[in-house]
Design a protein around this ligand. Structure first.
Ligand code: SF4
Ligand code: SF4
Length: 154
């Protein structure tokens, strides 16, 4: 009989201990998020892939296709081709392609730009079934183009 009561007591004791752990966990603020439904907090100095800055008035890229970033990149990630739009004094990019699969996010391209046309994006959610789209990222996509009416979507 004594053993029987002892087993009931031990069972209740472990039940209370288990419930205490459950309640403590339920009341503790979660350290995980429900990504992608929730956005992850990004550190201020986070570096996503490079992107072109936009002239807010014109919607065009600030890039003058000087090639300085291409020469500065130690991994050969950037391809730029430029031309002068009709009537313009400066060149504008007709192609600005990034091979993000080779990029080390070193920032030399950003530092080398004489017109502050490149920065790091805040995009941390790049994923896909193949690396190919990341090897040929069109950084002019979504920007207005001085060469034709429509934007630079490829
Ligand atoms: S961050 Fe560095 S490796 Fe990446 S494109 Fe710029 S210069 Fe090249
Ligand atoms: S250094 Fe700046 S202006 Fe020159 S090609 Fe690169 S992004 Fe364009």
């Amino acid at each position: 009989m004594n053993n029987y009561l002892k087993e009931i007591f031990n069972g209740l004791k472990s039940l209370v201990i288990g419930l205490k752990v459950t309640m403590t966990t339920m009341l503790t603020k979660s350290t995980t998020i429900e990504w992608p439904r929730e956005a992850a907090p990004i550190p201020e100095r986070f570096r996503g892939h490079i992107m072109l800055r936009k002239n807010e008035e014109t919607g065009l890229s600030k890039c003058i296709a000087c090639g300085s970033c291409v020469r500065a990149c130690p991994s050969n990630c950037i391809q730029v081709k430029g031309a002068k739009p009709e009537g313009a004094k400066k060149k504008a990019p007709i192609l600005f392609q990034l091979d993000f699969t080779k990029c080390s996010l070193c920032g030399l391209c950003v530092e080398s730009c004489p017109v502050d046309a490149i920065t790091f994006s805040r995009n941390y959610a790049l994923a896909g079934p193949s690396s190919e789209p990341f090897a040929t990222m069109n950084l002019l996509a979504g920007l207005a183009s001085p060469f034709r009416e429509e934007s630079n979507e490829l």
